[in-house]
Write a protein that binds this ligand. Structure first.
Ligand code: A3P
Length: 301
């Protein structure tokens, strides 16, 4: 590939999607060994679309049910003892990276997992399972900027932004092409809205309480009237805010996949940061690609 430069590395295409070799092995192991349970919940996304936030919200929503059943307020909240990626692992990076038969006994029902695999790949393994999928998508321009910062942080050097941009436009990059990823879940959510909840980072930012309620309802743990009145929704929004999570000690030490420092998952968390980074030409190019790729899908930003 012409993109096999140090900022991209070697990529392999499998079922229309690009993967790094290790990740692809994780996907193959997952396909071989994963047996879904009806109550499973899978949090899915393209990288840098709000995965960490979605994980934190889901953890907090279920944790509040436990708290209302227990008398002890002294226990540390799971979000204070571990990073969201430590609590909700990825199939392909964590659980199935080395084996097709990982020990999943520590997960109690509902088991919550996550993935960056596109839906057309995931669904082959889920078969007819009614398990629930939540997909979070984000404007590709902000995804790109976030990805660039993330890549620079890992490589500990400044990656050439133009080259990364061109590779994204070509659809080449880990879990790319971006638009096929988004469209696979978008179409899936139209086909079966009971199975896939399609969320948008931008809406989570502009109306967090409404989106958290929507998520809770979809996950089968809606807020009670009493909870709505006592401010429980706002408490979860605040607990999972970027400011709060990024200030927690647990998110300032430790790494996921043994190499990625947890703090690099928290940066600015803004909508439209691309305006500070993309030239008008870059914006125009990506706008045209997106318009063409999403044409007729009903998906708009
Ligand atoms: P930015 O780089 O634009 O700041 P992912 O979790 O999928 O890797 O996405 C990371 C992006 O989500 C980063 O975006 C990060 O700052 C943002 N993010 C992480 N936690 C967040 C939170 N609790 N609320 C809002 N945005 C968050």
């Amino acid at each position: 590939l012409p993109w096999n430069k140090d900022f991209i590395g070697n990529l392999y295409k499998y079922k229309g999607c690009w993967y790094y070799p290790n990740t692809l092995q994780g996907v193959l192991n997952f396909e071989k060994g994963f047996k879904p349970q009806e109550t499973d919940i899978i949090l899915a996304s393209f990288p840098k679309s709000g995965t960490t936030w979605l994980k934190a919200l889901t953890i907090a929503l279920f944790e509040r049910l436990k708290n209302s059943n227990s008398s002890s307020d002294d226990d540390l909240h799971p979000l204070q003892s571990d990073n969201p990626h430590g609590i909700v692992p990825f199939f392909e990076f964590n659980l199935y990276l080395k084996s097709s038969t990982p020990d999943l006994t520590k997960f109690s029902s509902p088991r919550v997992f996550s993935t960056h695999m596109p839906f057309h790949t995931l669904r082959l393994t889920l078969k007819d399972s009614p398990c629930k999928i939540v997909y979070v998508c984000r404007n590709v321009k902000d995804v790109f900027v976030s990805l660039w910062y993330f890549r620079c942080a890992h490589l500990e050097k400044e990656v050439d932004m133009k080259s990364l941009f061109e590779s994204l436009c070509e659809g080449v990059g880990s879990f790319g092409p971006f638009w096929e990823h988004v469209l696979s879940y978008w179409r899936g959510s139209l086909e079966d809205p009971k199975q896939i909840l399609f969320m948008r980072y931008e809406e989570m930012k502009s109306e967090p309480s409404a989106q958290v309620k929507r998520l809770a309802e979809f996950l089968g743990c809606p807020f009670t009237e009493e909870e709505e009145e006592d401010g429980s929704v706002d408490k979860i929004v605040e607990l999972c805010s970027l400011r709060n999570l990024s200030g927690m000690e647990v998110n300032n030490s430790g790494k996921t996949f043994n190499t990625v420092p947890y703090f690099t998952f928290f940066r600015k968390g803004e909508v439209g940061d691309f305006k500070n980074h993309l030239t008008p030409e870059m914006e125009n190019k990506i706008d045209m690609i997106i318009e063409e790729k999403y044409k007729g899908s009903g998906l708009k930003f």
